[in-house]
Ligand binder design. Structure first.
Ligand SMILES: [Fe+2]
Ligand SMILES: [Fe+2]
Length: 186
């Protein structure tokens, strides 16, 4: 996703919660891309531009999407679960429901990947695969809009308020290591 003129620069590993929100923008961007390509699909074969766009979006959900889920489930949420504060109890319940949301989304992405790979292989998206694909993608968009809203308003805001600076730094370093990057302050 290219940075547009006038758009705020993306966060770095020293601002891990901001980075997670940047990832949410990319999830929605690539999902809407898939929706657009599937809505434009006809009985004609994919043209080279559509093929490139489709491959890029699929690669995002195959490689970067699972890393985002791991950033939440293996880094941010465990750090939150270690907080001992009367305000955190309700957040734990929301984290549990977000994790079961992730399992549902994983299944939907597997379906999307499978249909789109068949589409790329043959060049033409076969019916009823196309109808099924459009339905799954629209469900995923509604799902992500709700899921992201819940994460950002209920869980990330609690993380910003309740995680210590060293806790936030630790989350950022775990996210960096997950990408093979060592992020030490100079
Ligand atoms: Fe999530
Ligand atoms: Fe998320």
């Amino acid at each position: 996703m290219l940075l547009q003129i006038g758009q705020k620069p993306e966060h770095d590993f020293h601002e891990p919660i901001g980075m997670l929100e940047d990832c949410h923008k990319r999830i929605l961007f690539f999902l809407k891309t898939l929706i657009r390509v599937s809505s434009e699909a006809t009985t004609e074969p994919l043209n080279p531009d559509q093929r490139t766009i489709l491959e890029k979006a699929l690669r995002y959900f195959r490689e970067s999407g699972p890393r985002h889920t791991a950033d939440e489930e293996e880094s941010l949420f465990p750090h939150l679960r270690r907080i001992d504060s009367p305000e955190i109890g309700e957040v734990f319940v929301k984290i549990d429901s977000l994790e079961s949301d992730h399992r549902w989304a994983d299944q939907q992405h597997l379906e999307v990947d499978s249909i789109c790979r068949r589409w790329l292989d043959s060049g033409v998206c076969p019916q009823p695969g196309l109808d099924q694909l459009r339905e799954i993608l629209n469900n995923l968009l509604a799902f992500y809009e709700r899921h992201i809203r819940l994460e950002e308003t209920e869980v990330f805001s609690a993380a910003r308020a309740l995680l210590s600076d060293s806790g936030k730094e630790a989350v950022g370093q775990e996210m960096a290591r997950r990408r093979g990057i060592t992020s030490e302050r100079p």
